[in-house]
Design a binder for this molecule. Structure first.
Ligand SMILES: [Zn+2]
Length: 308
C-alpha cells in the first residue's frame, strides 16, 4: 500500500529522477519523472535530480539544461542541488579502488566477436561474458570488469514482487569502466544513489534487469540497498520503449497540463482534468495515495497512444 494517510514516515524518504542528457525530456521520461515525484511527495519525502552524463559521446549539448527547464515547467522542482555525474569521477575511481582491493575486478581485452564466439548454445540474446580474462595475469589495460558470484540475487519490487537473477548465468562478469575510460551506468548509479542517500528508487521497468547487478555492487561496496519500484515504460506503436532512439519527440511545455494528464493515465491514475498545474498535481497526488503499486501492472490503461 502506498497510502500513508495520517501516518508518519517510518524513515526519511529520499527519491530521485536521473535522466540521461541524450536528448530533451520526452513522454517516456516524463512518466518516469512523474512516478518518482509522486512517490516522493506521497511519502512527504525529498525528490532529487541527477544528470547521468557519463556517456559523453551520447550527450547532446544543452539537453541537460533543457530537461531541467522542462521539469520546472511541468511543476517538478528538485529539493536539492542538481548532481552531475561528470563532476563526480573521483568518487567512481574510489569505488573501483575498493573493488580492486577486494580482488573483484580484472582487465579484459576481449572483443565483442570473441565473446560472441564463446556463447554457449541456448544463451539469451544479450552477450554473456564467459570469464575469459579472469585468470589472465598481468593485464593492465582494456575494460575493467567485475567477477560476479554464482547464486541468485533477489529483491522485492514494490510493483512486480520478488525478482531473482543469477548474475553468473544471466549476465556474466560485467563492465565497470569501459576500455575508453568511461564509467558505466551500473557503477555510477550505485555510487551516486548511496552518496545522495537515496532510500527509494522509482524508475522504468526496463531497468529491472539491472537491479540485481546494482545490489551486488552495493553489497561489494558496503552500501545500503534502497527500495525499488519499477513502473511500466511507455512504448511506441511498434512496441518499442519510447526513447530518443525510437523517435520520441520533445515535449512542448505549453501543453504541460494535457501531457501530464496523459502521463498520469499511463500510471493508472485515471483521467485528470485540471485548469492549473497546481490543481493537476493536487489531484494526481490524491489519486496516487490510493494506488496499490501492483495496480501499476495489472490493469492496462486505456490511454491515448503516444507514437511518433
Ligand atoms: Zn576478456
Amino acid at each position: 500500500m502506498l497510502a500513508r494517510t495520517g501516518t508518519a514516515p517510518t524513515r526519511n524518504y529520499v527519491g530521485r529522477f536521473a535522466p540521461t542528457p541524450s536528448g530533451p525530456l520526452h513522454f517516456g521520461s516524463l512518466v518516469a519523472a512523474m512516478a518518482s515525484w509522486l512517490d516522493a511527495r506521497n511519502a512527504a519525502g525529498t525528490w532529487l535530480v541527477r544528470i547521468e552524463d557519463l556517456d559523453t559521446p551520447r550527450n547532446v549539448p544543452g539537453a541537460a539544461e533543457d530537461i531541467l527547464r522542462s521539469l520546472l515547467a511541468f511543476g517538478m522542482e528538485a529539493d536539492g542541488e542538481i548532481v552531475w555525474q561528470s563532476r563526480r569521477l573521483a568518487f567512481y575511481d574510489e569505488a573501483l579502488a575498493t573493488l580492486a582491493l577486494a580482488s573483484l575486478t580484472f582487465f579484459c581485452t576481449c572483443t565483442r566477436k570473441e565473446i560472441a564466439d564463446s556463447q554457449l548454445p541456448g544463451a539469451k540474446s544479450a552477450l554473456i561474458y564467459p570469464g575469459t580474462c579472469r585468470t589472465r595475469p598481468g593485464q593492465d589495460q582494456g575494460a575493467l570488469r567485475i567477477a560476479v558470484p554464482a547464486g541468485e540475487i533477489c529483491f522485492v519490487d514494490r510493483c512486480h514482487g520478488r525478482q531473482c537473477q543469477d548474475l553468473a548465468i544471466d549476465v556474466g562478469d560485467f563492465v565497470l569502466r569501459r576500455a575508453d575510460g568511461i564509467i558505466t551506468y551500473q557503477l555510477a548509479v550505485v555510487v551516486d544513489d548511496a552518496a545522495q542517500g537515496i532510500t527509494h528508487v522509482v524508475r522504468g521497468a526496463d531497468l529491472i534487469d539491472s537491479t540485481p547487478r546494482q545490489i551486488f555492487l552495493q553489497r561489494a561496496l558496503g552500501l545500503a540497498t534502497p527500495d525499488y519500484l519499477h513502473v511500466p515504460v511507455v512504448v511506441n506503436g511498434r512496441g518499442e520503449k519510447l526513447s530518443k532512439q525510437t523517435g520520441a519527440v520533445a515535449l512542448d511545455s505549453e501543453d504541460a497540463i494535457a501531457l501530464l494528464a496523459r502521463a498520469a493515465c499511463h500510471l493508472r491514475l485515471g483521467t485528470i482534468k485540471a485548469a492549473t498545474l497546481a490543481g493537476f498535481w493536487r489531484e494526481a497526488l490524491l489519486r496516487y495515495s490510493d494506488l496499490e503499486p501492483a495496480a501499476l501492472v495489472s490493469h492496462p490503461a486505456p490511454c491515448p497512444s503516444i507514437t511518433s
